[in-house]
Write a protein that binds this ligand. Structure first.
Ligand code: SF4
Length: 348
């Protein structure tokens, strides 16, 4: 199953079953509702699908501004200390949107494939948002749960759409347009664009570097330039090309991740592992930088798995870069520059 097919099936799978419960404020039937999509977390995976579908239903979509220091300060000011940086950043984006929209789009992503789950933070994201000590607009919280079958999916699709319009044709048209947009997006990623480049409609970066670096990690860490201190741009400026997990077919990620003796039951983390294993196995990069969030349990586990595999493969150097709200640019530059120098020295 392609990555695209997962969110399609999951997106509204469960929405219709508990419509009133799943949507704070219940049914609104507001064609002109302004819906805010935070530019954080799963935005980097599913934005084209969400955006196109919501617009097709008649909603006006507002995306929060790119992450800045202010976003992080806002998020950390309302978040529990123990939370990972990506969730704090997400809160900052909610606060950026809260006075600009009628409703916030915060899906509850439980499972995107059978037999696997997502991070517990995604399961409780709407609840975490509601628990913030700030008044927020309505929250649209469709539940993603892959355990339901196709029939339920289509029931749920129309049920969700009926919150905006009574026309089934319009709902179907909006949905198929969303699916096409997502497929086109994923095609661009496979061609070598980063999520930001694909979303912004930028040209593919021309590979001219003497090194190729694989950047492993959750897409919201790898793709948000403020969060990762502009790592992709810096690497390119230093003459290295970059590869990310989105540039690898989903079937390959699955196959590589399945080399683990025990199947990981977190879907997105399996993709991270699959990408790194693929680069190690094929030696298609000169080095791997793994960006991980401080206070993320899954990242801590993956870090160990990748280190073990890197030692076994005796080939591709691996560097871990831990990020939190206190990460400083100077320290990161020193470490990454030293890593690049070491890779060039090895290649001599
Ligand atoms: S997977 Fe880790 S970084 Fe991502 S939301 Fe969960 S705890 Fe945070």
């Amino acid at each position: 199953m392609l990555i695209i097919e997962q969110p399609i099936i999951l997106f509204l799978l469960n929405v219709g079953r508990k419509r009133v419960k799943n949507f704070t404020g219940g049914c609104i039937h507001a064609v002109s509702t302004t819906v805010g999509i935070p530019q954080a977390l799963l935005y980097y995976k599913y934005y084209p699908l969400w955006d196109t579908f919501l617009k097709g239903l008649g909603a006006e979509v507002v995306v929060s501004n790119p992450t800045t220091k202010k976003t992080i300060n806002l998020g950390t000011s309302v978040a529990e200390n123990e939370l990972c940086l990506p969730v704090k950043v997400f809160f900052g984006h909610l606060l950026d949107l809260k006075d600009k929209v009628d409703a916030l789009f915060i899906p509850r992503v439980i499972s995107v494939e059978s037999g696997a789950y997502t991070c517990p933070k995604f399961l409780g994201l709407p609840d975490l948002a509601r628990a913030l000590d700030k008044p927020l607009p309505k929250i649209f919280e469709p539940t993603f749960n892959a355990r339901l079958g196709k029939r339920r999916f289509f029931e749920a699709l129309f049920d969700f759409g009926s919150l905006f319009t009574s026309s089934k044709y319009k709902i179907w048209r909006a949905w198929t347009a969303g699916v096409h947009a997502q497929k086109a997006y994923e095609k661009k990623l496979l061609e070598g664009l980063t999520p930001i480049e694909a979303i912004m409609g930028a040209e593919k970066h021309v590979a001219t570097g003497d090194l190729r670096i694989g950047i492993a990690g959750h897409p919201y860490n790898v793709s948000d330039p403020y969060v990762n201190l502009n790592l992709i741009k810096k690497l390119r400026d230093w003459g290295a090309d970059v590869a990310t997990e989105e540039m690898i077919p989903h079937a390959t990620l699955e196959r590589e991740a399945n080399r683990l003796p025990k199947r990981l039951f977190w879907s997105y983390e399996r993709e991270v592992v699959g990408a790194a294993f693929h680069w190690m196995q094929t030696k298609s990069v000169d080095g791997i930088i793994y960006i991980l969030s401080f206070a993320c349990g899954q990242d801590s586990l993956i870090q160990v798995l990748l280190e073990i595999e890197a030692k076994k493969q005796h080939g591709i150097p691996l560097m871990s870069l831990v990020i939190d709200e206190h990460s400083g640019e100077a320290g990161m530059i020193t470490r990454v520059e030293a890593f690049i120098d070491m890779l060039r020295w090895r290649a001599m």
